[in-house]
Ligand binder design. Structure first.
Ligand SMILES: *Cc1c(COP(=O)(O)O)cnc(C)c1O
Length: 392
C-alpha cells in the first residue's frame, strides 16, 4: 500500500498496538522492552494509570477554551513548575521547538530593551534545539539545516563544554544577549560537560548581563536524577525550556523565566492557540504528582547508576567500547564503529534502543524501569555489542 505520509522519517519496520509500563506490544503481539521512551517522553512508562485517569476526567469537562480566558489547570501547573524549579513564570507551548522559539524571542526582546538592535545568541556545536526555522538555525548540526537556507540570523556558535571559547565569543560579539545550551547534549551524542560547566556559564552571564537559557527539553522532568538537570549545579538559569516528558505523551512545552527575563513579555507579544490547554495541563499535573508520590526522580538517579555499572562490567574487556556516559537515566555508550545496525538487531530481540551521532547508543528508559527489565536490557544489548564488535 502506498503511504500518504510525507517521507520525513526513516521508520523501523514495526507498528505498536499497546503498551504497559516499560513494555510495548506490536501488531503480532510480540513484546519489546522500551529503552527509548518515545525519545525521553514517556518517563512514567506507557498507559500510566494516573495520566490516563487525569486526561479521561478532563476530557469529560473541558478540552480547550483558548488563552482568551483564564485556565485553572494552566495556573496550577505554572505554580507547581515554578515551585519545583525556582523560576518565576511560564509560557506554555505544544512542543519543544516552540518552547525554544519563545526563549529566542525573549532573548531578542531583552536585547532590544537594552538598545541592541541586532541581538545575537551564543549556541553550541552539536546542539539540538528543534526543527522550526529559528530552532534549526540554533541547532549545531549541518544535516538539520541543509537545504533550508537562508537560516535565521543572530546565532554565534562555539564548541560545547569549552568555557574559554565561550568567553572569547562574548568579548568578540558586543551584540551578544544570551547563551542557549543543553545541560547534557542529547541528540549530539549524550555529551556530558564538566561538572562545573553550567556554574561557569552562570558566572559569565552575570558578568556580561547575558540571559542564561537552558534547553532542558530532553534532560528535564527527572531524566538525569534531578527534577531539572541544572539542579545538579545549584544554580538558576534566566530561561529554561521543557517539553518531551512534561505530558508523558500528551504534547506540551513550556518556557520558564526568572527575574528580569520573567518581566519582558506583555499582552499580545507572544501566543499559541493550544498552548497550555486544559487537556495538556491536566496530563502534566498528573506527571508531576506521580514523580513526587513514587519518588521517581531519585529512582532515576539510582537505576541509572545501576545500569551504567552493569554495562561497565559486561563490556569492560571490549576495546571497541570507547566510553559509557551516564547521568540518571540518560545513558550513552560510544562505540568505535558506526552502530545504527544495532537498532534493527535489538528490535529483532525485542529491545528498543536508539543510536545518535552515528556511534553512540542512546538509552532513555522510563523512570519506572524494573530490575528484571534492566537485566534484560543489559544482557541483550551487551551480547549484541560484543557480536558486532569486529576484532581489531
Ligand atoms: C527534542 C528536543 C527538542 C525539540 O522538541 P520538539 O518537541 O521535537 O519540537 C529541542 N531541544 C532538545 C534538547 C530536544 O531534545
Amino acid at each position: 500500500m502506498t503511504s500518504h505520509i510525507m517521507p520525513t522519517y526513516g521508520r523501523l519496520p514495526v507498528t505498536f498496538s499497546y503498551g504497559k509500563g516499560a513494555w510495548l506490544w506490536d501488531e503480532n503481539n510480540k513484546r519489546y522492552l522500551d529503552a527509548v521512551s518515545g525519545i525521553a517522553v514517556c518517563n512514567l512508562g506507557h498507559a500510566h494509570r494516573a495520566v490516563a485517569k487525569a486526561i479521561s476526567k478532563q476530557s469529560k469537562t473541558l478540552l480547550h477554551t483558548s488563552n482568551l480566558y483564564h485556565i485553572a489547570a494552566q495556573e496550577q501547573l505554572a505554580t507547581e513548575l515554578t515551585a519545583k524549579s525556582g523560576m518565576d513564570n511560564v509560557f506554555f507551548s505544544n512542543s519543544g521547538a516552540e518552547a525554544n522559539e519563545a526563549a529566542i524571542k525573549l532573548a531578542r526582546y531583552y536585547g532590544h530593551q537594552r538598545g541592541i538592535k541586532k541581538p545575537e545568541i551564543i549556541v553550541m556545536e552539536k546542539s539540538f534545539h528543534g526543527r522550526t526555522l529559528a530552532t534549526l538555525s540554533a541547532t549545531g548540526n549541518p544535516k538539520v539545516q541543509k537545504g533550508f537556507e537562508p537560516l535565521v540570523s543572530g546565532f554565534i556558535r562555539v564548541p560545547f563544554n569549552n568555557i574559554a571559547a565561550l568567553e572569547q565569543a562574548i568579548h568578540a560579539h558586543k551584540n551578544c544577549v544570551a547563551v542557549l545550551v543543553e545541560p547534557i547534549q542529547g541528540e549530539g551524542g549524550v555529551n556530558i560537560p564538566a561538572a562545573d560547566y553550567l556554574n561557569k556559564i552562570r558566572a559569565l552571564c552575570d558578568q556580561h548581563q547575558l540571559l542564561m537559557m537552558l534547553d532542558e527539553i530532553q534532560t528535564g522532568i527527572g531524566r538525569t536524577g534531578k527534577f531539572l538537570a541544572f539542579q545538579h549545579n545549584e544554580i538558576l538559569p534566566d530561561v529554561c525550556t521543557l517539553a518531551k516528558a512534561l505530558g508523558n505523551g500528551v504534547p506540551i512545552g513550556a518556557c520558564l523565566a526568572r527575574g528580569e527575563a520573567a518581566q519582558l513579555f506583555s499582552a499580545g507579544m507572544h501566543g499559541s492557540t493550544f498552548g497550555g490547554n486544559p487537556l495538556a495541563c491536566s496530563a502534566a499535573l498528573a506527571v508531576l504528582k506521580t514523580l513526587d508520590e513514587k519518588d521517581l526522580v531519585n529512582r532515576a538517579h539510582l537505576k541509572g547508576q545501576q545500569i551504567a555499572h552493569a554495562f561497565t562490567q559486561a563490556l569492560k574487556d571490549n576495546p571497541q567500547v570507547i566510553d559509557i556516559r551516564q547521568k540518571g537515566l540518560m545513558i550513552g555508550i560510544e562505540l568505535a564503529f558506526p552502530c545504527a545496525v544495532l537498532v534493527t538487531a535489538a528490535l529483532a530481540q525485542g529491545l528498543l534502543i536508539n543510536v545518535t551521532n552515528e556511534k553512540v547508543i542512546r538509552l532513555l528508559p522510563p523512570l519506572i524501569i524494573k530490575n528484571q527489565q534492566i537485566d534484560f536490557l543489559v544482557h541483550t544489548l551487551s551480547i549484541l555489542i560484543q557480536e558486532h564488535s569486529q576484532p581489531m
